[in-house]
Design a protein around this ligand. Sequence first.
Ligand code: WTA
Length: 649
Amino acid sequence: MSQAGIVNVMKETRVFPPPPEFSAKARIKSMEQYREMWQRAKDDPEGFWGEYAKELHWFKPYEKVLEWNEPFATWFKNGQTNVSYNCLDVHLNTWRRNKVAYIWEGEPGDVRVLTYEMLHREVCKFASVLKSLGIQKGDRVSIYMPMVPELPIAMLACARIGAIHSVVFGGFAAEALAERNNDAQAKLLITADGGWRRGKIVPLKENADRAMEKSPTIQKCIVLKRTGQEINMVDGRDLWWHELMKDASANCPAEPMDSEAPLFLLYTSGSTGKPKGVKHTTAGYNLYAKKTMEWVFDIRDEDVYWCTADIGWITGHTYIVYGPLSAGATIVMYEGAPDWPGYDRWWDIIERYKVNILYTAPTAIRTFIKWGDEHVEKHDLSSLRLLGSVGEGINPEAWMWYYEKIGGGRCPIVDTWWQTETGGIMISPLPGCTPLKPGSATFPLPGVVPEVVGEDGKPVPVGVGGWLVITQPWPGMLRGIWGDDERYKRQYWSDVPHKYLAGDNARIDEDGYIWIMGRIDDVLNVSGHRLSTIEVESALVSHPAVAEAAAVGRPHEIKGEAICAFVTLAEGYEPSDALRQELKNHVRQQIGALAVPDDIRFTTALPKTRSGKIMRRLLRDIAAGRETVGDTSTLEDYSVLARLRAGEE
Ligand code: WTA
């Protein structure tokens, strides 16, 4: 947790009211209207969500809006719907049939435009392909693809036939992919030969081949041709996307799915080394994605909306695929890096497509600040009317730059707090009504009832930090961890009884604004990516030179947090720069580039308590170059601390 950020935030007193023209047109126009909705949703969640549920298509009506069997929720009990139907088919009998769904741009500059009609056709065809390969309701399908239209097509095709997708971010290495394939027991893997990133090919199929050697449940692999280099195709196992699609039937009606049928798994990091498969289901998730899209982005039919996340993360699932498609939006999707071929690629995209809404992450904003304003100033960004931020807290300096340089001082910024587990945005300004305070995620959305509590589970006083909990179920909430109900209960529902423990610290100020203050556990947030310290440590320890490893975060100007790993070496190994590099490469191969430590510090011992627990707090201070504050009385060997401080090699 970055203490520095908190100090800044405390001094923040600026308030930015919504522009009156924005409020006039917005769905939620005033704080009174918001408060009334919020209160209604709190007092009568079933009445509130039941009304909105009419916006989905139902094959069979549900019997009850919510059945709460803590901590397991059943939303829209015994109803039947289909997420792919709600994203596509519902638009086909309206004028939106020929509306653009995706404007896609590849990194090399190739462009594809898919209308709702065209997208529907591709999804139906690919769903037919899945069926012809024997994929059935409830089967798990791993998807490991670049940011190309076939990625949402594959997801929607799974949803259409009731298969459960598990998208694995293309930046993950073979080991990480295999681990996810195995945990989900996936039958099928969908990948591509490669994807473009900074002019180079990300060798997805090569990684997939290595992963499949260790993924016994995968029977077939569908390969999209994207980058065109020579790849290895295994006879009988690997099949080309374009060949399968040639004769596939475009007639594939959406399968009626139970409201609570799993829609997807998405693996994320917790406080242990093993990533958990967060499970989201059909009707509640779908409704929550749609409504939060409409409330927070106030999306309208004439908008061009761009979320820069990768679909491999929850932000991409909910706000590139399911939310905006359910809302009938026009979505920009971009394959590659922001600095290719120049530092102005994003601003160029915004100018060319006249993007109205931009949703991105603080780490990107800080990077642009570093690159310099001249790249922004080359472009006309006057089409923008709303900006969004997600993934970590946005420090007020970055907020102001985003507001002034990108938004031209006219666009509200929605700082959206949520998690893989929450399915959709939970705490966020509403752009037509909320007065903004830079650095605060402001207020909970209707249907979200948060509290900040102490370790005794009781609300803390105004202005005091504590654990952020959610006290009532909401439709987009996770329904569990794949194959591990116990872990679900332990992780989220045990430290504070009867409340969902988010894992973040927060405080609420005298005006009721919520300020998120960083994680309470050993989860790192590196460039908005969630990683557990233990995952990084396990990867390091799997190298023969490493005896013991402890990874901690330290504040980093651009990434938010950087990873600092303290390593003790096995007998016969000596510290060296070559070994440092080798260990970094090893982590890259085990998890992926996102987990590579920025610093590797060799040491002869790690600071431990008398019961043998690594004292991470001390390591965090050392990594950040801070004086150690707080209790060191449980430290077993004080000389370790002195040696670490001296920068022992
Ligand atoms: C952090 C991403 C402060 C937080 C959607 C959370 C944030 C974790 C914000 C979830 C924000 C996300 N302000 N912190 N606006 N948004 N976080 O699962 O620590 O990848 O618990 O979901 O990111 O990360 P995840």
